[in-house]
Design a protein around this ligand. Sequence first.
Ligand code: ADP
Ligand code: MG
Ligand code: ZN
Length: 557
Amino acid sequence: MLEKARELLKTYFGYPAFRTGQEQAIVSALNGKNTVCIMPTGGGKSIVYQIPALMSQGTTLVISPLISLMKDQVDTLRQLGISAAYINSSLSAAEAAETLEAAVYGEYKLLYVAPERLESSDFQDKLQYIDIPLVAVDEAHCISQWGHDFRPSYLQIARLVKALPGKPVVLALTATATPMVQEDICQSLGIDSANAVITGFERTNLAFSVIKGQDKLLFLKDYVKKNSKEAGIIYAATRKTVDQIHEWLQKENIEAARYHAGMNDTERNSEQERFLRDEATVMVATSAFGMGIDKSNIRYVIHFQMPKNMESYYQEAGRAGRDGLDSECVLLYSSQDVQIQRFLIDQSAEQIRMGQELEKLQSMVDYCHTEDCLQASILRYFGECDPEPCGRCGNCTDSRESVEVTKEAQMVLSCIIRMGQKFGKAITAGVLTGSRNKKILEFGFDRLTTYGIMKSQSAKAVTELIEFLISQNLIGVEHGAYPIIFVAPEGKDVLTGKAQVFRKEAVKIRQVANDDPLFEELRELRKSIADEERVPPFVIFSDTSLKDMCARLPVNE
Ligand code: ADP
Ligand code: MG
Ligand code: ZN
């Protein structure tokens, strides 16, 4: 069986050997076991179901959420001499019916369908007549409400598979490895968790870095210019920011494409095509772009703003370097972006999931502030024990000296205690820097001994220090409807002088001189982006007695 699989790999796909995990997942599926295959983006999951499809009688059904991806895959398979087809909303009703008819006659080795199709009873009826040995569920995390891309129609899959006469094997594939999502996939699709094939998430060719305290636009400009020959993706949090960065890059004569949900299908497809064909070197996009995109030569992925959680980040950043060549993943951090994500979560998440979403966001913020190896931090988040430092990331290669910040930490910690451990980090930073904010005065926080003791620093710098102390587990966060910070047990040791705190020296902010022509341009752009992303001040306390008092307390500086 394995021999045959290897032969097919060579003859059809032209690859000399399987990658880690591929073989194991293929064998498991061919042995008739429902299997879940968890491999990073670019790990080669397609082949995991394509080879069993070639080795089985009948037609393998592939459920996949992305229309553009389906066409690519089917085209590639046809070029390799494998009969395949797809049914999705890009086909006319007549074309879809024709394809389905041909499938009933056993024309195809693989039939790709969009999950929405499964909801049609007509479609389900027709499937009864097709000999289906294997159902591959690609991007299987879409089945989980804990995943980052839940699709309600994925919930139909289990029922559909049960209704098929031939008792097909189910093979679920995803790049999302969080335990909760894994559990959901296994449970929904009837997969024994012992049949999970999980392979190394480490991407040894990716160098991660987090850039703090620098002008983002200036950084972006330098970076894109320096890498003007290389393909890259720039992710931004909102459509308008995408449009603005895109426009700006074009003015700089950089061939840029753009992609977000505010554009129509035709526009999006043509922009995507331009990027895939290397006609545009840079893609500026929201997170709407990229799922299933198979472009191997992406040399960098820059996040202009942090995404809402680590799952999204690793998936998006992981689109760099699929060809195995060295590539960079850069995250541009500013504390304001935390507010944007918090606001977006507040707008979208159902109340019961809110706490969990906020916890995930906290892990994302911790990643931005950690001084440990970034790659190792990611792997640890995804459940690997004791990952080795990568030696390549921004933190591993950071040669700056650590400086002792025990005193500053003590100031922050004692201020939190004096404020009753009932508030968020923005107002705490306000008290420490001596803000005259009306509410701070109303609470009488200006009478605290810690009021204004960090006056010489900006509220932003103090907020970042608080975030750093959170990432070091010295400050804890309670995620109610609104996050409240408190002194963690380890933090008490710092307060009592039993433990010290060290931090790498903050980077100096690069300034542009006023007479630099860039100055005006950057100012304008920065202003327009900031305008749109100014998050309405909001505060919700879980403690109702405080709620009235704080109802309109502005949390933004
Ligand atoms: P995923 O779905 O896991 O993100 P793909 O299936 O799109 O990844 O595969 C990514 C790339 O890796 C493709 O270009 C594919 O042809 C290539 N690939 C897959 N398996 C192998 C292998 N065994 N040897 C070499 N290249 C492979
Ligand atoms: Mg894939
Ligand atoms: Zn590292």
